[in-house]
Design a protein around this ligand. Structure first.
Ligand SMILES: Nc1ncnc2c1ncn2[C@@H]1O[C@H](COP(=O)(O)OP(=O)(O)O)[C@@H](O)[C@H]1O
Ligand SMILES: N[C@@H](CCC(=O)OP(=O)(O)O)C(=O)O
Length: 371
């Protein structure tokens, strides 16, 4: 077993994405047995102490039956309506399946905007962290009922990769109806499965032009895009058949492994260090400045003396030492208004005065870059 598969086996936080093609039966309706099989695998991960976020397609597949539609609708309005009907049925099926394992689920519906705009990004990050802290299993899908063509992903592969980066996951597992990436669409004479991808250079001759299954969207193209987003952020990816889900999440040599190519959060933090226009500043005391520079610790409200400007949670801010010198930059975990109320307070005081939601770091260590 290679090192990265070992890191999949030991991933503390994992995003598991399952596609429509794995959740529908032959007639295109949601397959409840498929939902149960997946729930058994995810519950096994949870029993082993791992945190899991499940990104699941299938709302449209689940809506076809109740609406008496023969196939996935082509026009946006009907697709929105079908997803609206099906999403409830999808989550109800998961809820029942996970309840048999004593697990509570929480539905999170996102649009592309939620993952890309930094003010929203912080909100999603906070919601995932809190759900996971509470032991809840977040079940994510695109908010198809309101997503218009301009803002929608359409497929859930890239959504899953962005969820993995936002939630600081250690691994992303993409489950589909094919047992890995092939050199050409499976069934093409001579097509062979690829075991491992080390970087874009391994994808030179690979043909992913054939579209996906009747129910899925995006085929292999969006899975490669998802793998690229995750691996350049330092997250290992496994693409495998949902029939092999248990082996894939265990780090066994099934499907295709995409090795991380970048450092964790490199892209975001480089953007933060070099390109971001900050919306405000947080002035810290000498102790906090030393902690930030030396130990790379999270920024706690106790070390903050002043909050300047106007920013929302998730937006970039400058962190200034007591002498006004730029020490670090970070993505604020709270808005300027909230940070101002929190400044100087210990975690206990934050909990007593402002409530549990505020009893955590102002900026997480993973959201900081020392200048
Ligand atoms: N090079 C390739 N290797 C593997 N699968 C491919 C390739 N090119 C196209 N495909 C197709 O991609 C499909 C999976 O994509 P999709 O139907 O969108 O799945 P999902 O619903 O799981 O997201 C496979 O069924 C396969 O036919
Ligand atoms: N959000 C849509 C999923 C779109 C879709 O089919 O995605 P995928 O199965 O990842 O190709 C749904 O729930 O039906």
């Amino acid at each position: 077993m290679s090192g990265t598969r070992e890191s999949i086996a030991s991933a503390r936080r994992m995003v598991v994405k399952v596609g429509s093609s794995s959740l529908a039966d032959a007639s295109g309706h949601l397959s409840v047995p498929a939902v149960r099989r997946l729930a058994d695998v995810v519950a096994g991960l949870r029993a082993g102490g791992r945190q899991v976020i499940l990104v699941t397609s299938g709302a449209i597949a689940a809506g076809l039956g109740p609406l008496g539609l023969p196939a996935r609708p082509k026009d946006l309005a009907t697709a929105q309506a079908t997803a609206s009907v099906g999403q409830g049925a999808l989550v109800a099926a998961y809820s029942a399946a996970f309840a048999t394992h004593g697990l509570t689920v929480g539905q999170v519906l996102l649009t592309a905007d939620d993952m890309v705009r930094r003010s929203h990004y912080g909100n999603a990050q906070r919601a995932f962290n809190r759900l996971l802290d509470l032991g809840v299993l977040p079940i994510v899908n695109e908010n198809d009922a309101v997503a218009t063509d301009e803002i929608r992903f359409g497929d859930n592969d890239r959504l899953a990769a962005l969820v993995a980066t936002v939630a600081h996951a250690d691994a992303l597992v993409l489950l589909t109806d094919v047992d890995g990436l092939y050199t050409a669409a499976p069934g093409t004479p001579g097509a062979e499965r690829i075991d491992e991808v080390h970087g874009p250079e391994d994808l030179g001759g690979v043909d992913v032009s054939r579209r996906g299954s009747a129910l899925g969207t995006g085929g292999m193209i969006t899975k490669l895009e998802a793998a690229s987003i995750a691996t350049t952020s330092g997250i290992a990816v496994v693409l495998a058949s949902s029939a092999d889900a248990a082996s894939a999440v265990a780090g066994d040599a099934v499907g295709t492994l995409f090795h991380p190519t970048g450092k964790r959060d490199t892209t975001r933090l480089q953007w933060l260090a070099h390109a971001a226009r900050t919306r405000g500043a947080i002035v810290v005391d000498a102790g906090a400045a030393r902690a930030l520079q030396g130990r790379r610790a999270s920024l706690l409200a106790a070390g903050v003396t002043e909050v300047r400007g106007s920013f929302e949670s998730g937006e970039p801010v400058d962190l200034l030492g007591p002498d006004g010198a730029l020490v670090a930059r970070g993505f604020a975990g709270f808005s300027a208004h909230e940070a101002d109320q929190m400044k100087g307070l210990s975690s206990d005081s934050l909990r007593d005065r402002l409530g549990e939601t505020y009893a955590r770091e102002l900026i997480h260590i993973d959201d900081l870059v020392v200048m």
